[in-house]
Design a protein around this ligand. Structure first.
Ligand code: XIL
Length: 363
């Protein structure tokens, strides 16, 4: 097939749909041709211009050689799963600790990987001194500014993109009731982006949330806010959709169109935490639906020019956050606990391989 001669969207959509229809095992001639044996996800992603990333559990990175090898071989972007969060980097008000995060940043540099910094302003995983204190507006503003400037400043030039504000909206599109909203008012969001930008003018600054992959009340609210921030000249550069799906729910509605409207505002977009959990035990139909879920999110990204990275929230079930948070669910990642690649892994490879020849490189 002469993919290059076809209009981009038709070629990609057609090829990807054809690839999807062949099923989970890469068995048809077309798929085999387009999925050169032995190539890793990062090798296949390179010509697409979309970075392929994973969240990294830094204790697994230190202790599990298979894990470490796969992070290096399969991905060209990494996100610390926990070690850049506030409770880890500032355990006491007067003490910062970037030891674990620095190790990951060094690992990424050694393996020619970008780092997505995660996350600066979030209601969860806050240190107890902050959560349990009572603060005036003036005090909390100072604390937040110092935290952002210190952390972003520490990694200046070494972190490619930051999830500056994480999960600020409720499902109905109202702002989430957090210590920041309660004490500082909605202006904390714009301020956070301004402070992060001052600390590292080159980093790509993202708003990041879950259940905003498709069009709904929550993504509409994010769109309205971000549009306003852009109009006000606030340095916000990216819209990150986490991508935590479950096979018991429908796929997000019009994900490509949703990413596109943010792209039209001048933002980059990214899938930042993809996983597709399953109610255990896993049936063959759910395994297939999982693979389709990953594929749907990656294809939406590959079809949308603003989309610069696709990150999975861990790649092996061995260290998944899912069983601890969603009782009865699991098997959410692209490798089993024994590091066998699942259908979802093969689907991602196939999508990258098919798209690689036709998607223009990003600047
Ligand atoms: C999760 C981690 O995976 C867990 O290890 C941790 O205990 C809790 O946080 N949205 C986010 C991520 O933005 O930071 C969360 O990560 C998963 C949901």
């Amino acid at each position: 097939m002469q993919l290059r001669r076809m209009p981009l969207n038709v070629a990609v959509a057609g090829a990807l749909t054809a690839a999807l229809l062949v099923g989970t095992a890469p068995s048809s001639t077309a798929t085999v041709q387009n999925t050169p044996a032995g190539k890793t996800l990062r090798q296949l992603a390179k010509p697409t211009g979309v970075r392929i990333g994973t969240a990294v559990d830094t204790s697994a990175l230190a202790n599990d050689a298979t894990y470490r090898t796969l992070v290096a071989q399969q991905f060209n972007s990494v996100t610390p799963e926990n070690v850049m969060k506030w409770e880890v980097v500032q355990p006491e008000r007067s003490r910062y600790d970037f030891t674990e995060a620095d190790k990951l940043v060094d690992f990424a540099r050694a393996n020619k990987q970008k780092v997505r910094g995660h996350t600066l302003v979030w209601h969860s995983q806050l240190p107890s001194w902050l959560n349990e204190g009572t603060w005036t507006k003036r005090q909390l503003r100072r604390i937040l500014r110092q935290h952002i400037k210190t952390e972003v400043g520490h990694f200046r030039g070494r972190v490619w993109a930051w999830d500056v504000v994480n999960e600020a909206f409720n499902e109905d599109g109202t702002l989430r009731d957090t210590i920041f909203l309660r004490t500082l008012g909605p202006g904390y969001i714009a301020d956070s982006f301004r402070w992060a930008h001052q600390a590292d003018p080159k980093a790509i600054l993202f708003y990041n949330d879950y259940n905003i992959e498709g069009r709904n009340a929550k993504s509409d609210a994010a769109y309205a806010l971000i549009k306003e921030l852009v109009a006000d000249g606030v340095p916000i550069h990216g819209y990150g959709v986490q991508g935590h799906l479950s096979t018991q729910y429908d796929l997000p509605n019009d994900m490509q169109g949703n990413l596109h409207r943010f792209g039209k505002l001048g933002l980059r977009t990214a899938v930042t935490e993809a996983d597709v959990r399953i109610t255990l035990p896993v049936s063959p139909a759910e395994r297939l639906a999982q693979s389709a879920g990953y594929s749907y999110m990656l294809q939406s990204c590959l079809l949308e020019r603003s989309c610069i990275s696709f990150t999975v929230w861990g790649f092996t079930d061995k260290y998944s956050w899912v069983p601890g948070v969603f009782p009865g669910e699991g098997s959410a990642n692209i490798y089993t606990e024994e590091y066998e690649a699942k259908a979802a892994y093969h689907a991602l490879r196939r999508d990258l391989a098919v798209a690689g020849g036709v998607r223009p490189r990003r600047r």
